[in-house]
Design a protein around this ligand. Structure first.
Ligand code: DAH
Length: 346
């Protein structure tokens, strides 16, 4: 039985729509297709408008075919959308292709700076002897950096410290000693046993032996029975724990305005064990720190009565200690950020 023209029209429409659909590979074009064929004003609806005008006998067949066509187009459309989305996803994955079997970039491990390592080693040794860390400021006043430490403006000892002045009153601390006064003012009238680690600054020509910035660790003990023997015991213990139990330690008379009496402490040269070499300038000894009994005026400036209290103090430089310990011959290595130097301390 021959089909009616309307059914033929529907069949042609299906063929044409499916052929077009097969060519489409992007979602916008697919949507345009859907509107064109399945939309409210689309081609299928146009054909079906004529359905009502068919003779009743032809209607069931035409209705059945139109349903088939509609379902076929909808199914094909859904499948095509699905296929295009899948293709797009695969293309994206291909673009971001990642070979998880490739070896990764090695993560380089950081390490503590040799100054920090030495600083911590020093602080740990004193901590074992009951010293607490007291932190003090790097920007100081002339009053604390000098005057309260018994170094008045006219005092020739000021020549020992070449100073960065920020203005007439304010300086970058040239040593950690002003922290002594701050610790005393914070603790007074109680006994004190503290170390003060920190950075110091001096307006100096940079050479193998002097830098404009360096660390110091200050020590301060104040109490009613603190003696020079305590100072000796603490510093000999420090020297031997830092440089080896066999070290010989020498206390040599010296002068600092804030201590009386004052000493400098030497150990037998690590390079030649006291025989004499270039490092110890053929004396057999190398200096590791300055120290002394806190000057009565300095105690008073910190709020303590020197008739009742005594104290000892010391100051040492971690970079200098590290140079001696590891045989480093130029202090400039510490702050020049050369990895070949830094990586040796790990
Ligand atoms: N402040 C001194 C300096 O920078 C080092 C020093 C010497 C500190 C003797 C002290 C001390 O506490 O008693 O050269």
């Amino acid at each position: 039985m021959a089909e009616t023209p309307l059914v033929e029209q529907l069949v042609t429409l299906r063929q044409q729509a499916l052929a077009e659909l097969a060519q489409l590979a992007d979602l916008n074009a697919l949507d345009a297709w859907r509107i064109r064929y399945l939309g409210r004003k689309g081609a299928l609806r146009q054909v079906l408008r004529d359905l009502g005008r068919l003779p009743p006998a032809q209607r069931p067949r035409a209705g059945q075919v139109s349903n088939e066509v509609k379902e076929a187009l909808e199914a094909a459309f859904a499948a095509r959308v699905q296929a295009v989305k899948q293709a797009q996803l695969e293309a994206a994955l291909a673009r971001e292709r990642l070979d998880v079997t490739l070896p990764g970039y090695p993560v380089s491990l950081g390490r503590l700076h040799p100054s920090t390592q030495t600083l911590r080693e020093i602080v740990a040794i004193f901590a074992d002897m009951g010293f607490q860390v007291f932190e003090s400021r790097e920007v100081e006043t002339d009053l604390y950096n000098f005057e309260l430490l018994n170094i008045p403006p006219y005092h020739p000892a000021r020549d020992m410290w070449d100073t960065f002045y920020l203005n007439e009153r304010v300086v970058l601390r040239t040593h950690t000693s002003p922290g002594q006064i701050r610790a005393m003012q914070a603790y007074c009238p109680h006994p004190i046993r503290v170390v003060l680690p920190g950075m110091c600054y001096r307006y100096e020509a940079v050479t193998a032996r002097s830098e404009i910035m360096f660390h110091q660790v200050e020590g301060l003990a104040v109490g009613t029975h603190v003696t020079m023997a305590d100072l000796k015991g603490v510093l000999v213990t420090f020297a031997r724990r830092m440089f080896g139990e066999q070290r010989r330690v020498r206390f040599r008379c010296s002068h600092f305005p804030f201590t009386e009496p004052s000493v400098e402490v030497d150990i037998d040269c690590l390079v030649c064990s006291g025989q004499g070499c270039a490092v110890c300038k053929h004396t057999g000894w190398v200096e590791i720190l300055g120290a002394g009994m806190v000057h009565p005026q300095v105690l008073r400036n910190g709020g303590y009565d020197p008739e009742v209290f005594t104290g000892f103090a010391f100051g040492l430089g971690p970079e200098r200690i590290a140079m001696l310990k590891y045989g480093i011959d130029d202090i400039r290595y510490f702050f020049s950020n050369d990895l070949r130097f830094l990586e040796q301390f790990g």
